[in-house]
Ligand binder design. Sequence first.
Ligand code: DX5
Ligand code: ZN
Length: 226
Amino acid sequence: MHQVEILPSILSADFARLGEEVKTVEAAGIAMLHVDVMDGHFVPNLTLGPPVMESLRRVTNLKLDVHLMITDPDYFAPIFARAGAYSISVHQEACRHLDRTLRMIQDLGVKAGVVINPATPVATLSEVLNVADYVLVMSVNPGFGGQKFIPNALRKVAQLATIRAERGLQYVIEIDGGVSLENLGDIVKAGADWLVAGSSVFHSVNPGDTVREMRRLARAATTVAV
Ligand code: DX5
Ligand code: ZN
């Protein structure tokens, strides 16, 4: 339905060489980068804030997909929108007024996504699936790169693809956590459109080649065998 995209997550990049790392994956033909924002409260880790986003914005024209793992997305979403986000996702578990938050992000001229943790069922999103531009299924518990893929996520992706077809909706399905060359084909076949990949890209010997191989595998998985 939507074009499959590989979104390298800069969380696993070398922050001292962030510009170079971005250029390497950009040269491999990607369209989007994934930016993980953590506040030490919603998740037990700290990452980056608006100044890093602004620096990224200056070194690349790639679309920046911001994943807010923070307790106060209503306060920070406009700040990241101003810093150059293309899309901003907020956790279902962090939003008291999820419908309002998603619409607020859209009013900023940015795509609005809703994220569910591994323990959160797809059913909790039934009333916002017609609002969100994309749904992000966490395939690890958020907070760290390099964790093991939780297979239940595949079922949730498939469920979201079925609901999308049944209700005639348009949301993009994104998956984040433990995506690798090994499981990428199954993830695409389950129905995911945007695949976030952190450590499998930036901790590989040649991140550019890894992204190229991921894009090839994703294309192969979307081709229906006859
Ligand atoms: C985890 C982050 C992910 C992370 C994924 O909380 O949301 O985006 O970068 O890293 P990998 O691909 O290594 O699991
Ligand atoms: Zn993420």
